[in-house]
Design a protein around this ligand. Structure first.
Ligand code: MSP
Length: 536
């Protein structure tokens, strides 16, 4: 386990404000939130950054289509959609950067001026296909041949929409000269690109040979002007990637925060979707090398949420808003479902049927029912006061062992950036506790007066279940903070052990932490029944 005061800096991509968030975007944010909450409970110094990517043609065109300026459009989308969705998802980001903030624009200009002064940026001519959806210059070999309405055109393989030919005088970043240093870095740091499939893709790409990158545009003006040639704006990806550094250099009001930069740079993890892996694993480290800055520890590429086998997207009208699901199941279940049902790094799909089945089986009947049964029995047999346990048998030892292993395995899984495996590990305890209650049959033990008093068998069973639930509240708090808080409340744990968020992961499985006599209350259900009609 990491030391206290280890710093952990994690970022999401910054989201384009051309449209409102769908569950594909929410997926990245939720993963980021679960991982950072876990690290906070390891008592590390955590910084969780998210934000919005506001420049470029894609945003500019959407704004024009809506008859407003790009800034007005961006302000509206941030206020009405991108900031509120963080609350909907129950995300605990420490900062929110917008690329139109002065703190970002000024620092970006300083960064590119440095690269220009040192000879890493030169003037040239660019001709080639560009996808505005990706905001990316494409290799002609990567394109698809259009059919039907796009007959005769070349299409972007991600957006299946026509690319546009660009022929312009631009400025270039001399990226090719970093090719060998990049390959050496990938070799020395196998943890840099994860998972392995992503690493292989990038290695293959860079080994084919890197070209210099066109980093400016002069045919539109929605971007950061180049300090030495104001007739050009910076290529939106060059601008956007820098957010990970500029957000640490100044706070949102523009005050310098050098201590923040020292504490958190280089980033521990940049979480990205697989479609934007190359920008993060090739262009970004080359930019940092050019500027003499340290490289992040890990770029982790997760998979896509698919609809009908294709990436969910608003342009294809397949986007589902997070609130559509959260209004029915709540944010905890949303977080649980996406983090557990899809192996992080692989593609996955969402269906109402599967969500509903998982909600009932794992949450309402699995964890929720366990919690309500325990509270009901402590109330029925001991008037709501947690009894004093008696002698422990092998069955109790088994529960303690499962709990201890769950902590270790889940912690390792979080280090491996595998939230689904972390939840699987914790769920071994949910399952073991349900089995324990079934096998021990406390309702039968209760009938025997000699075994039903303080220090008797019944008390031992209920205290063991309560300790197991306490462990679960601590371990599941990063994933399902609302349910975990309800359980913490029901166990009366706060008064004696303090706030749930402050409970260290490391000691979560130490049994004997709840105090005999503590009031256990039958609170509301952790996961109330969901009206089937709402999901039909
Ligand atoms: N603005 C760039 C990122 C710049 S980071 C310096 C961008 N924005 S985006 O809004 O298009 O996408 C943001 C993130 O959402 C990406 O990681 C992307 O992979 C993710 N997702 C968008 N649709 C998705 C799915 N259908 N499924 C999973 N994640 C997807 O790219």
């Amino acid at each position: 386990m990491a030391d206290a005061h280890t710093s952990f800096y994690l970022t999401t991509p910054i989201y384009y404000v051309n449209d409102a968030p769908h569950i594909g975007h929410a997926y990245t944010t939720v993963a980021a939130d679960v991982i950072t909450r876990w690290h906070r409970q390891r008592q590390e110094n955590v910084w969780f950054l998210t934000g919005t990517d506001e420049h470029g043609q894609k945003v500019m065109r959407t704004a024009h289509d809506n008859d407003v300026t790009p800034q007005v459009w961006a302000d509206k989308l941030v206020d009405q959609a991108w900031e509120p969705v963080l609350g909907t998802l129950n995300a605990t980001n420490d900062d929110f950067i917008r690329t139109t903030q002065a703190r970002h624009e000024t620092a970006v200009q300083e960064f590119i001026a440095q690269l220009h002064d040192q000879g890493d940026i030169y003037e040239g001519a660019y001709e080639g296909p560009y996808c505005v959806g990706c905001e990316e210059y494409k290799q002609p070999g990567d394109l698809l041949d259009g059919t039907g309405e796009y007959e005769g055109e070349k299409l972007c393989p991600i957006h299946t929409r026509p690319v546009e030919m660009i022929s312009e005088q631009n400025y270039f970043f001399a990226m090719s000269k970093y090719q060998d240093r990049l390959l050496a870095f990938y070799e020395e740091h196998p943890e840099f690109i994860q998972p392995a499939s992503a690493r292989n893709e990038v290695l293959g790409f860079v080994k084919q040979g890197l070209q210099d990158l066109s980093i400016s545009r002069s045919t539109f003006d929605w971007g950061i002007p180049l300090p030495w040639d104001k007739s050009h704006v910076l290529y939106v990806w060059f601008d956007a990637l820098l957010n990970y550094v500029t957000a640490l250099q100044h706070d949102a009001d523009g005050n310098p925060t050098p201590e923040r930069f020292d504490e958190y740079w280089p980033a521990s993890v940049h979480l990205v979707g697989k479609d934007i892996l190359r920008f993060h694993a090739v262009i970004w480290p080359a930019m940092l090398m050019a500027a003499g800055l340290k490289l992040p520890t890990t770029i982790f590429a997760h998979g896509w949420l698919l609809v009908g086998g294709e990436k969910m997207s608003k342009t294809k009208l397949t986007g589902i808003a997070p609130s559509q699901i959260i209004d029915v199941f709540g944010s905890d279940a949303f977080r649980y479902y996406f983090m557990r049902a899809i192996q992080f790094g692989q593609d996955g799909s969402f269906s109402w049927e599967d969500m509903s089945a998982q909600y009932n089986a794992a949450l309402a009947n699995g964890w929720g029912n366990l919690a309500s049964r325990l509270a009901a029995m402590v109330n029925k047999y001991y008037g709501g006061a947690l009894p004093t346990a008696g002698e422990l048998t092998q069955a109790e030892q088994h529960i303690a062992d499962v709990a201890a292993k769950a902590v270790i395995d889940a912690d390792k899984a979080i280090d491996a950036i595998s939230p689904n495996r972390a939840i699987d590990a914790v769920w071994t305890l949910v399952d073991a506790l349900n089995l324990y209650i079934t096998e021990q049959e406390p309702w039968k033990v209760a009938k025997n007066e000699a075994e039903a008093g303080q220090g008797g068998r019944l008390a031992t069973i209920l205290v063991t279940a309560a300790e197991g639930l306490r462990t679960l509240a601590v371990l599941l708090n990063p994933v399902m903070p609302q349910a975990a808080a309800k359980l913490w409340d029901s166990l009366g744990a706060e008064e004696y052990l303090g706030a749930l968020d402050a409970q260290p992961i490391e000691t979560a499985a130490e049994f004997g932490r709840l105090k005999p006599g503590t009031t256990v209350t039958k609170g509301e259900a952790l996961f109330p029944r969901v009206d089937e009609a709402a999901t039909a």
